[in-house]
Design a binder for this molecule. Structure first.
Ligand code: TEU
Ligand code: CA
Length: 530
């Protein structure tokens, strides 16, 4: 496999919130094109575009109505081809979001399927008769209600893991698999470099209601690899909630012929009671590094961990795990230095390089996300929370916390749009590209230095990982390659601590304080060449 995979620094763009160039308040492809110099200077070498296909927007684009086009609000297929070639000229490859567990109910396949039980497209989806006059099971959908939606016209239920406007595709049907193979080849033949694969572990559903890691998942993925992904050397990163290192290896091992790598989100679930995004609890900061280390060891010999702490489904890492009130710069850079010193495919979510905190949502009408609206209904239905308490819980966990526009300038709407943005912009002093580009001590400049080292320093591109210590907020791990060692030293706390004895004097190649002290300071990070 081409080495470019391990040295990928992948920047996720949520197109709707990146940069609007025609004043309609919605980010577009021309906006992304205009920011290629910024992205090249940041040091990324690949982009993952969240969906910008035609979509009714029920789930903000993850409900796709046409897999082979660009949504008109984002631009045209020709503009996408221009973006592809302009990015490639800058050494930046582009990955798309492969959302094939489900389509939009406005996709022509579903429009056909729901016409009659004997329509040729009927079995592109999962239909079941009522059981004793009710839905076939009582499983709940991710965005509220049952996973079964009644279709009066044909007297059957159809399955949807997410919203009722996102009917699940029937991967048992070889015609569906062939349609997806052909669609993948359409984009890869055009020059797309690979895909982030949405809820990919749900493609195979077992009859007993198990909707993740079904038995036939590996055969489905192997077919995609054999007939489309492999021949193009495509990079694929599966979104796979709840998997174990063993399951990840079974999906991504070199010889598996399935996926390149998978996202694991175990550390992102910290600070949530039982993983429930509306139920905050203090973050176990020692567990954060322990979990990352577990995955480093788990995939060391035969796959690539994916290094991630933000995306379009998550609140900002600074607010989740850092200290935005007292140490915004130090804690944002410490989190970055801890995460991206590790081995694996680095994935950075738009705005993370600025160390953005969560935007503040004052009222429900400022939200846009279907999952958040459902969260409001679910919390209200418990009868346990005041309106104020509900808003506080949504502020803690809403996906919209990561979906507000990028603050490019200190001007109107942060320079994102000259019009009215589709969702509120949050422009805080010091948190714009304009200001941080001019400030050598900004999070943005730290990320630029860090990513440059990640590509130039052999220990960081090829080094083996080893955790030396992780206790009472102080962590030390090493990357070792051909006799050289880089120590990554972090203080995940707002207090000083002794410098660990295992850390050599060495040469500091990256740090977030201006000098070097005998002790470790609050949220300090150091990369030291031993
Ligand atoms: O997310 C899968 C998914 O399960 C998440 O929605 C998760 O449940 C939650 O948001 C994490 O807090 C993918 C996409 O990333 C998400 O944006 C889509 O809504 C979903 O699939 C359906 O396509
Ligand atoms: Ca626009």
């Amino acid at each position: 496999m081409e080495r470019w995979h391990e040295q990928t620094i992948l920047y996720q763009i949520y197109p709707k919130s990146y940069c609007d160039t025609n004043g309609d308040g919605i980010g577009d492809l021309k906006g992304i094109l205009s920011k290629l110099p910024y992205l090249q200077e940041l040091g990324v070498n690949a982009l993952w575009l969240s969906p910008c296909y035609p979509s009714p927007g029920d789930d903000n684009g993850y409900d796709i109505a046409d897999y082979r086009d660009i949504g008109p609000e984002y631009g045209t297929l020709d503009e996408f081809k221009t973006l592809l070639s302009e990015a490639k000229a800058r050494g930046i490859r582009i990955l798309l979001d492969l959302v094939v567990n489900h389509t939009s109910d406005e996709h022509r396949w579903f429009q056909e399927a729901r016409k009659s039980r004997d329509n040729p497209y009927r079995d592109y989806y999962i239909w079941r008769d009522p059981v004793d006059g009710h839905a076939p099971s009582d499983l709940k959908a991710a965005f509220g209600g049952s996973i079964w939606e009644w279709d009066e016209a044909t007297g059957q239920y159809y399955l949807h893991l997410f919203s009722k406007k996102q009917p699940d595709l029937n991967w048992e049907n070889p015609k569906v698999r062939q349609e997806i193979v052909d669609m993948i080849n359409f984009w890869l033949d055009m020059g797309v470099a690979g895909f982030r694969c949405d809820v990919i572990n749900s493609l195979a559903k077992d009859e007993d209601g198990n909707v993740v890691f079904g038995d036939r998942l590996h055969s489905y993925l192997h077919q995609l690899h054999t007939e489309a992904l492999g021949p193009h050397g495509a990079l694929t990163i599966g979104e796979t909630w709840g998997l174990s290192p063993e399951q990840a290896l079974a999906l991504t091992g070199e010889a598996r012929g399935e996926l390149t790598s998978t996202f694991q989100f175990e550390h992102i679930l910290l600070g949530r009671i039982g993983g429930d995004k509306w139920m905050p609890e203090p973050v176990d900061r020692t567990a954060f590094l322990d979990i990352l280390a577990k995955w480093e060891y788990g995939l060391a010999n035969d796959s690539y961990p994916v290094l991630v702490m933000e995306n379009h489904d998550q609140p900002r890492a600074l607010s989740r795990f850092g200290d935005p009130e007292n140490y915004p710069y130090e804690s944002a850079t410490m989190l970055g230095g801890m995460l991206y010193g590790m081995r694996g495919i680095a994935v950075i979510y738009q705005g993370q390089e600025l160390g953005l905190p969560n935007p503040v949502f004052e009222t429900m009408d400022e939200y846009r996300d279907i999952e958040t609206f459902n969260g409001y209904e679910e919390l209200k239905a418990t009868g346990q929370y005041s309106e104020e308490e509900i808003l506080a819980r949504l502020q803690f966990g809403s996906r919209d916390c990561g979906r507000t526009p990028i603050p490019w300038t200190t001007g109107k709407e942060g320079g994102f749009t000259t019009g009215t943005p589709w969702i509120k912009t949050q422009v805080d002093p010091g948190f714009t590209v304009e200001e941080q580009s001019a400030d050598p001590d900004s999070v943005l400049q730290f990320y630029r230095r860090m990513l440059a080292l990640r590509k130039s320093e052999p220990c960081m591109t090829d080094g083996a990982f080893a955790l030396l210590m992780n206790e009472d907020g102080t962590g030390v791990y090493t990357r070792t390659f051909e006799g050289e060692t880089v120590y990554v030293v972090t203080r995940f706390a707002d207090t000083e601590a002794a410098m660990p004895a295992c850390v050599p004097q060495g040469e500091v190649i990256l740090q977030n304080y201006k000098d070097r002290a005998e002790v470790l300071r609050p949220y300090e990070v150091l990369w030291i060449k031993g």
